[in-house]
Write a protein that binds this ligand. Structure first.
Ligand code: FCB
Length: 454
């Protein structure tokens, strides 16, 4: 595979998120976020890890961007920390936080790296959480004010905006399952959080469109998982449709003007209980692109005993030999199928894969990380993206998750997703063999995982 196999203008980049890399948790006036708080609760994060220091990117962004430049990576997706900019979520801005992002953006441009900025990657200011967080409609209004502020403030240096990162994950895992911050549980938290998030998603798009430069593109990202039926029966196929409605389409369909997919998921119709008159008309926005992020294929089976969902999934460990460190199945066709599923939406104009990557047990050996499995994984997922792009010209970009190893939420620092290895005790960076493979690919060379780097 080589770069020229992809359509002309196809974007390649890499992604990170503020809480996962920045550290400097309470420095220079930053307010706490729900992740700062969640990390303090014993038992919530593997190993008791926190994002207090993370990759210390707040202090090391210049040298991190040097590495990115040296690897030839020209597109960088990262997020802004809302509580760094607005320590209380609303009100007066923290000038030092704003200045940090000006410096970061300038540092990107100086190196010819195009910034792709996510407005919200899960780190809600704690002050808003203490008033109900996303379950409170006020948070949607606060988000709009924040979106207005940042799209004005950074308009001269940002041409690519993404409103949200994976709304399904932060609402479901954070407000239904309680495994992510803020640790809320149940439908009574999930449904209002989901509705306010859907409003914020569309309104954030409208605000960005109004404030950003003319040729800016405005998008938002979605977590997508590929379901296949456990034995091909009518009930299991119905379970697959339900899975798709809730895991993939619950936020995407309303953004596209199709409303919540409650036909397949009648148990979620109660979401309307949290709506106000006129909300239905506010859920859609004509995004320039959507970001698809796929890590998972699930085998789904009908189950009348499963509350709300009526289906369950069969753990990868019980059905496949090899998974990533996260226990996720390696199944590149899930990327292919999901990309084409959403390319078929007439409302979707363009698709970028805004995250794709894998955690493996990397070892640093005399400065080298020979991560053959990741090289293979990336090639297979890039190939799936390439195949999909041959079917639909809407597919126009691929970003590797992640630029460097970082704080993987409830899993702490153990899973390493980076192209660049971070030795946390010393904060030294070591580009892995996969980073060199990506570099060579970007430079136009033919790549093959076998023995790369030897
Ligand atoms: C996605 C998140 C990202 C990262 C990857 C592994 O769900 O958007 O922050 O944690 O998973």
């Amino acid at each position: 595979m080589k770069r020229s196999d992809f359509p002309e203008g196809f974007l390649f980049g890499t992604s990170t998120a503020a809480y996962q890399i920045e550290g400097a948790a309470l420095e220079d006036g930053k307010g706490p976020s729900i992740w700062d708080d969640f990390c303090k609760i014993p038992g919530k994060i593997a190993g008791g890890d926190t994002g207090n220091v993370a990759c210390d990117h707040y202090h090391r962004f210049e040298s991190d961007l040097d590495i990115m430049r040296d690897l030839g990576i020209k597109n960088y997706r990262f997020s802004l920390s809302w509580p760094r900019i607005l320590p209380y979520g609303v009100g007066a801005k923290n000038q030092k936080g704003v200045d940090f992002y000006h410096r970061l953006l300038e540092a990107c441009h100086k190196r010819n790296i195009e910034p792709h900025v996510t407005m919200y990657h899960w780190d809600l200011p704690s002050a808003l959480e203490s008033r109900g967080g996303w379950t409170n409609r006020d948070t949607y209004h606060a988000f709009c004010d924040y979106a207005d502020l940042i799209t004005r403030e950074f308009k001269d240096s940002v041409k690519h905006w993404m409103v949200l990162n994976e709304p399904f994950v932060f609402t479901a895992v954070g407000h239904f399952a309680g495994i992510h911050a803020p640790g809320r549980k149940g439908l009574r938290n999930f449904l209002p959080a989901a509705h306010h998030t859907t409003l914020a998603q569309a309104e954030g798009g409208r605000i960005a469109r109004a404030n950003a430069v003319k040729d800016a593109e405005i998008g938002t990202t979605f977590s997508c998982a590929y379901p296949t039926p456990y034995r091909d029966t009518a009930w299991n196929r119905k379970a697959v449709r339900r899975y798709d409605a809730v895991f993939n389409r619950f936020f995407l369909d309303p953004a596209c003007g199709r409303g919540y997919p409650t036909e397949e998921m009648p148990s979620l119709k109660r979401i309307w209980k949290y709506a106000r008159p006129g909300d239905e008309q506010k859920l859609a926005f004509d995004f320039d692109f959507i970001g698809v992020q796929n890590y998972i294929r699930d085998v789904v089976r009908f189950s009348p005993f499963q509350p709300v969902l009526w289906f369950k999934t069969i753990e990868p460990k019980k059905r496949v030999d090899r998974t990533t460190e996260m226990g996720w199945e390696i199944y590149p066709d899930s990327m292919y199928n999901l990309l084409l599923q959403f390319a078929e939406y007439p409302e979707v104009k363009k698709i970028y894969v805004t995250e794709s990557g894998a955690a493996f047990a990397d070892t640093l050996n005399q400065g080298r990380v020979a991560d053959l499995e990741r090289q293979k994984y990336l090639q297979d997922y890039m190939d799936a993206t390439l195949r999909a792009s041959r079917v639909s010209s809407k597919i126009q970009g691929y970003f590797v998750w992640s630029f460097m190893d970082n704080f993987e939420w409830a899993e702490g620092y153990r899973p390493r997703f980076g192209l660049v290895y971070v030795d946390y005790p010393t904060q030294e960076r070591y580009p892995k063999d996969s980073a060199f493979m990506y570099r060579d690919f970007l430079a136009g060379q033919e790549i093959s995982a076998e023995g790369f780097g030897d």
